[in-house]
Design a binder for this molecule. Structure first.
Ligand code: CIR
Length: 334
């Protein structure tokens, strides 16, 4: 669904070596009380990176023991296969032993599509013609607050420069992890957490506004102060590492939330699927096109999603959970 104009512009602006063949993400629309809302962005691509042999040296507070590398590799491979089942073309980055947490690629960038003015003034004719209302897309390189993770951004920058027409970047003193950014149609929730500070959130909010999106901040109790902890040490702040550790947008105005977030005014207008504290890990599920990826071991939650009409793919995540990682963290989807 790439418009001819869009393709021409990309060909003019980009070097031949660049690969935009995954196409512009396809938006689905619904009408709401205020007009037209993007209901869901259909993804075409994802970036993934397998865990490294020294994965166990990464940051964690989970106290679930050290991850088994071989098992983590197998779980990662199953995750990649699930993304392909959802229709995504994968870019697989080489593992990099300097960064034990680098399999959690979601934290290093935020992918955004630009809403064109046509969304405001003439959306329906566009939809009828089947052309995309996105003309360009942009990626924002983050600035992780964890010192051990900051270097991960360099290799993501290289690959995103090949895939995106435009790159922006969170600047000091801002810090931001992609795990704190929850896209919900044409609104983004940005968590203020242990990893993302207000300066970083504000920078992202301004970039989003320039692309036609609204955003709001959700304070999950962090300070944005860089953690100095490593495996086996306790994390001091909120029990949600990132906003998306407790929140997932499913499309259809439906939001999965932990009990801790369910009462927040920010989510009052959504249909909430509440997750109890003992099931908190399952809140980090991911809608990818026609499927919802869910962590294996939470059959009651998967059953509820089935009742809503979603097809689910359950994935073993034990080794990533040991390092505080969830399903969304393992890929950057666009
Ligand atoms: C970290 O503490 O940074 C990693 N061990 C886990 C990151 C998980 N990422 C995410 O939730 N988006």
């Amino acid at each position: 669904m790439k418009s001819h104009d869009h393709q021409t512009r990309c060909n003019r602006n980009c070097e031949n070596a660049r690969d935009f063949s995954g196409g512009t993400p396809v938006p689905l629309f619904q009408l709401n009380a205020f007009g037209v809302t993007i209901a869901l962005i259909m993804f075409t691509r994802a970036i993934v990176r397998p865990p490294v042999p020294n994965f166990a040296e990464g940051l964690t507070t989970a106290e679930l023991g050290a991850p088994d590398y071989e098992r983590a590799l197998a779980q990662h491979e199953a995750y990649c296969a699930a993304l392909e089942q959802c229709g995504l073309k994968l870019t697989r980055l080489e593992p990099d032993g300097r960064y034990p947490d680098s399999t959690f690629v979601e934290d290093t960038a935020v992918a955004i599509s630009q809403i064109t003015p046509s969304l405001m003034v003439g959306l329906l004719p566009h939809v009828r013609r089947g052309s995309s209302v996105f003309t360009e897309r942009c990626a924002v390189l983050t600035r992780p607050s964890a010192p051990s993770r900051r270097g991960e951004v360099a290799s993501i920058r290289k690959v995103l420069a090949q895939l995106f027409p435009a790159l922006s970047e969170i600047q000091t003193p801002g810090t931001l992890d992609g795990g704190d950014v929850c896209e919900a149609g044409n609104h983004f929730f940005i968590g203020i957490s242990e990893r993302t500070n207000e300066a970083g959130a504000q920078q992202l909010a301004e970039m989003l506004a320039a692309l036609g999106y609204t955003s709001s901040f959700v304070d999950i109790g962090g300070t944005g102060v860089p953690p100095v902890i490593h495996a086996q040490d306790a994390r001091a702040a909120s029990d949600l590492l990132h906003l998306k550790s407790g929140l997932a947008y499913l499309g259809d105005n439906r939001m999965v939330v932990t009990d801790a977030l369910a009462g927040r005014a920010e989510f009052a207008d959504y249909d909430l699927v509440r997750v109890s504290p003992d099931e908190q890990y399952t809140a980090n599920c991911v809608r990818v096109n026609n499927y919802v990826l869910v962590a294996a071991g939470y059959p009651a939650f998967a059953e509820r999603l089935l009742e809503f009409g979603y097809q689910t793919i359950a994935l073993e995540m034990s080794e990533f959970q040991k390092m505080d990682g969830g399903l969304s963290c393992l890929s950057l989807r666009f």
